[in-house]
Ligand binder design. Structure first.
Ligand code: ZN
Length: 159
């Protein structure tokens, strides 16, 4: 089996007046990520993990934040594009393991919907997508609620 792993990381500052989108769904909260697109840290880290595993560069190469086309973009579009690129190279997504770090709100209760949304964009079953929530124990910018971050490891195979 021709197995590849990729890692992705992303962080966005949180500010009032922005929608909090994580894993393709909107969460009720008074702050949201500052970013050119919708600022979905989980989708962005996942996109980088997939592109990295396939040797296809990173999210910035495919969706430059200087391009007005991606202003306010739904980041699931990035995942759908990554899926297409991987498919063209003969790669199949085997497994995704992710950590999302935020002091608030509680993310765990929203994971089933996030897994559904991400899985749909990637054309896999939700069983292949695993999510974990962490706080930063009050330490640093994430701990003060000023930022949200995500780490993702993606495993793909070449058919
Ligand atoms: Zn991002």
């Amino acid at each position: 089996m021709n197995l590849r792993c990729g890692i992705g990381y992303d962080l966005h500052r949180l500010a009032e007046g922005r929608k909090l989108i994580v894993g393709g769904i909107e969460l009720p909260f008074d702050k949201g990520p500052v970013g050119h697109s919708d600022g979905d840290v989980l989708a962005h880290a996942l996109c980088d993990a997939l592109l990295g595993a396939a040797g296809l560069g990173d999210i910035g190469t495919h969706f430059p934040d200087t391009d007005p086309k991606w202003k306010g973009a739904n980041s699931l579009v990035f995942l759908e594009h990554a899926r297409k690129l991987l498919g063209q190279k003969g790669f199949e997504i085997e497994h995704v393991d992710a950590v999302v770090i935020a002091e608030r709100p509680k993310l765990g209760p929203h994971f089933p919907r996030m897994r559904e949304a991400l899985a749909k964009s990637l054309g896999v079953t939700p069983e292949r997508i695993r999510l974990k929530a962490k706080t930063n124990e009050g330490v640093d910018a994430i701990g003060r609620g000023e930022a949200i971050a995500s780490y993702v490891v993606a495993t793909i195979t070449l058919r």
